[in-house]
Design a protein. Structure first.
Length: 188
């Protein structure tokens, strides 16, 4: 594993109490995951295997944190090991190495795909407006179910009839131009 000089800089700038913790964890990650790459993610050192974050570490004013991706991170403070004030707060080396390897293995498993959401019924006022605007209707029917859902949810979420009517009119205008509901954000 090659060393990233940005990680060296991060450790050098860490509080004196945190430096031994970060250096020790780095050494153990090198031993446990020799194929890992070092980098900085979210301003903190991370070790990635196959492009996936596996272990991260951070230093704060009064504690350090170790993040083992794939583990429960709901403990005291950031990370799965809680707030670390000294190197003595770390679990034994063998346990840490095993947890690093287990985190890597957990991340290697593909996440199950969510079932597709069912198609929403077209509200009557939108159906009527689409019947009167053939170009808009063609565009709407050509969209994927998720893009049709965005328009339908936007219209049906209106609390007042006036708002709903305005949204139907806006929908017909945008559909006539072939625009998706969130077209404003597509090229940001």
């Amino acid at each position: 594993m090659s060393r990233d000089p940005r990680v060296d800089d991060y450790i050098a700038k860490a509080a004196p109490f945190a430096q031994p913790i970060l250096l020790h964890v780095r050494k153990l990650v090198h031993r446990a995951l020799p194929e890992a790459e070092e980098g900085i993610k979210w301003g903190m050192p991370h070790f990635m295997v196959g492009g996936k974050n596996t272990v991260g570490m951070a230093s704060f004013k009064a504690h350090a944190a170790i993040i083992i991706h794939g583990e429960d991170q709901s403990g005291d403070g950031m990370g799965s090991l809680g707030k670390l004030a000294s190197i003595n707060d770390l679990p034994p080396d063998d346990e840490l190495i095993a947890r690093f390897k287990a985190g890597k293995a957990a991340l290697a498993k593909p996440k199950p795909r969510a079932a597709p959401k069912p198609e929403l019924p077209v509200p009557p006022e939108l159906a009527s407006a689409l019947d009167q605007a053939p170009k808009a209707k063609l565009a709407f029917e050509a969209f994927s179910p998720s893009h049709r859902r965005e328009y339908i949810e936007w219209i049906t979420s209106a609390k007042r009839d006036e708002t709903r009517t305005k949204r139907v009119a806006q929908t017909i205008e945008w559909l006539t131009e072939g625009k998706k509901r969130n077209w404003k954000y597509e090229n940001c």
